[in-house]
Design a protein around this ligand. Structure first.
Ligand SMILES: [Zn+2]
Length: 123
């Protein structure tokens, strides 16, 4: 590990997973095992999905960041523009699994200053 060298998002998740209480309690298998959680070849923990789109387990320290990235264009992709709770959840669930995700999304969206000023527009 080089001091001051920036790390990628995935590297950051890998590191935070190692210190995460939830991840610590799991007993992940390998990709080929049938366990609910498994580690890929880089050591990243995923939640297995029967549909094949396995979800990367987000450690508690990065939960807020992931919710912001998938709700607020300031933090995330520009096409994301303050979606409501359900749509934010759907977007996150494509790639990520978070412990207590609905609660976290709910509180983030409810406390989002932009969303409080302008009600969500249904499209
Ligand atoms: Zn918002």
């Amino acid at each position: 590990m080089t001091r001051g060298k920036s790390i990628t998002w995935t590297e950051n998740i890998l590191r935070q997973q190692a210190d995460d209480a939830f991840c610590f309690r799991q007993n992940p298998g390998t990709y080929r095992s049938k366990s609910e959680f498994f580690l890929d070849e880089d050591g990243l923990m995923y939640k297995r999905s029967s549909k094949g789109n396995h979800q990367l387990v987000v450690p508690a320290t990065l939960t807020r960041k992931v919710v912001r990235q998938n709700h607020d264009p300031v933090y995330g992709a520009r096409y994301i523009a303050h979606l409501d709770i359900k749509k934010t959840y759907d977007l996150i669930a494509v790639r990520y699994w978070l412990s207590g995700v609905r609660k976290t999304i709910g509180s983030n969206v409810k406390n989002c200053s932009r969303c409080q000023r302008t009600p969500n527009i249904e499209d």
